[in-house]
Design a protein around this ligand. Structure first.
Ligand code: PMM
Length: 287
């Protein structure tokens, strides 16, 4: 999944694709490089970010989605708002990526059920402005697994088909660096939920902290690519269904090496890596 933030303020690519033409060009390029989905978002979720209103969010994403869909590019809509999701699906999006896992908007399930589309349920505890205060866990992996299980149950109870559900541990969302690493090395426990898992570490600040120089200054987002790729390959080898990344071409190259090596699996117990029904398969998809 290629990241396309049509925002002025996302932590890594904010402002770069704020105009429609540049956004469509970049989305198309990531698709040509091998992304199966382009994830279009119009509201920054970086820690501390203020919210934009629904009309602004929709105005940012809808023209880009319409154009990408017309070019035959499969698009997911990265939003927590049901009105934006509904409009995006009408504009041609094929999947909803909801970082709140359905918690932010009680009407999201209805929209997803109506469209019959896949729904990414990410682990989330609150909006960006307050999420740093919410990173308190007894055991982060057990807690995230339990809370994701609750979101799955709520989606199923609302009528979402099980094969349309994808889960995501929500790296960096109310998580400290140590929490992100625990979720990575114990991914198999989350796979025990029995749903396809999306892993989205791309350029996140815990990788910047890992790569900090002797002065303790974090590596800037644009220079976290190799660490992102290593993390993404580990996640796929552990059984993740997909990775959400900014640098598609290099990720696809790295996964081609993994594939040519016989798709070695990390020796971890448990795990499920099925493809959710309805997610567009790409002709000649090598994954
Ligand atoms: N992270 C961001 C945005 N959307 N969606 C999912 N499913 N999982 C994530 O971890 C996630 C997301 C924030 O970062 P960005 O600047 O890369 O969009």
């Amino acid at each position: 999944m290629g990241v396309l933030n049509v925002t002025p303020d996302s932590f890594s690519d904010g402002g770069r694709y704020a105009d429609r033409e540049a956004a469509v060009r970049h989305g198309r390029r990531m698709y040509d490089e091998g992304a199966a989905l382009i994830d279009v978002g119009g509201e920054s979720t970086r820690p501390g970010a203020d919210r934009v209103d629904a009309a602004t969010e929709a105005a940012r994403v809808l023209p880009v989605i319409r154009e990408l869909a017309a070019l035959g590019v499969p698009v997911s809509i990265d939003t927590t708002r049901s009105v934006v999701a509904r409009a995006a699906l009408e504009a041609g999006a094929v999947m909803v990526n909801d970082v709140s896992g359905g918690l932010a908007d009680p009407d999201m399930a209805k929209v997803v059920v109506g469209a019959g589309c896949p729904w990414v349920l990410m682990h989330w505890r609150g909006h960006s402005r307050r999420m740093a205060d919410l990173a308190r866990y007894a055991d982060v992996v057990s807690d995230v697994k339990r809370e994701l299980g609750q979101r799955i149950d709520a989606a199923l109870a609302a009528g979402v088909a099980a094969e349309r559900i994808v889960v995501d541990p929500g790296l960096g969302f109310a998580k400290r660096a140590a929490d992100n690493w625990s979720l990575t090395v114990r991914l198999h426990e989350l796979l025990g939920l029995g749903f396809p898992l999306l892993f989205a570490a791309s350029r996140k600040s815990y990788l910047g902290a890992l790569l900090a120089g002797p002065d303790g200054v974090a590596r800037p987002p644009g220079e976290r690519s190799a660490a992102t790729i290593a993390t993404s390959v580990l996640a796929i080898a552990a059984g993740a269904w997909g990775v959400r990344v900014h640098d598609v071409r290099d990720t696809v190259d790295a996964l081609a090496v993994w594939q040519a090596s016989g798709r070695p699996r990390l020796a971890l117990p448990g795990g499920a890596s099925t493809v959710p029904g309805g997610t567009p398969a790409r002709p000649g998809d090598r994954r």
